[in-house]
Design a protein around this ligand. Structure first.
Ligand code: HEC
Length: 138
């Protein structure tokens, strides 16, 4: 008597194993590209939290609507040609005391804290948000 063995289960399980292997290789390649947080960016996020910037501003559309969106401010103000200098000068110049204009406090940040904050805002400006929020300044 001849025993018939179906090759279908072997075929399908090999296919699944190949698929899982492919996905594992893809993840191994793609994951390190996403992980580019530096200690300075992490410090910048701490400065952001300690001074409650989100209490007035939005970041990626979330936060308070008193002041402009800041996730894109680095790019919006000229990136490496302008954003760096603008953010630093802005934080040092506050408050402007211009009558009738909303004011921002003076935080007396150190050079180190300012650079970290800028590194954090540069990092947020590089996140692909697919043009979110719809209005540039939030
Ligand atoms: C009490 C509210 C308040 C807090 C807290 C605050 N800001 Fe502001 N910020 C403002 C206001 C209001 C403006 C807009 C002022 C204007 O247009 O004259 C502003 C503007 C800015 C701008 C310029 C935005 C642009 O579109 O050009 C930057 C950069 C900025 N803030 C950074 C920060 C950072 C960083 C923090 C935290 C360390 C912070 N702000 C905390 C109120 C605040």
């Amino acid at each position: 008597m001849k025993i018939k063995i179906s090759t279908k289960p072997i075929y399908y399980s090999s296919l699944i194993v190949l698929l899982l292997l492919g996905l594992t290789i893809h993840t191994t390649i793609v994951l390190p590209q996403r992980d580019h947080l530096t200690p300075q960016i992490i410090k910048g996020k701490m400065v952001w939290e300690e001074h409650n910037c989100i209490g007035c501003h939005t970041l990626l559309g979330e936060g308070a609507y008193f002041a402009p969106e800041l996730s894109n401010v680095y790019e919006r103000r000229g990136g490496s040609q302008g954003g760096i200098y603008f953010i630093k000068a802005w934080l040092k110049a506050m408050p402007t005391n211009i009558p009738g204009r909303r004011q921002m406090p003076q935080f007396n940040l150190t050079e180190d804290e300012l650079n970290a904050l800028i590194a954090f805002l540069k990092w947020t400006s590089e996140i692909n948000t697919f043009s979110w929020p719809p209005s540039e300044k939030g």
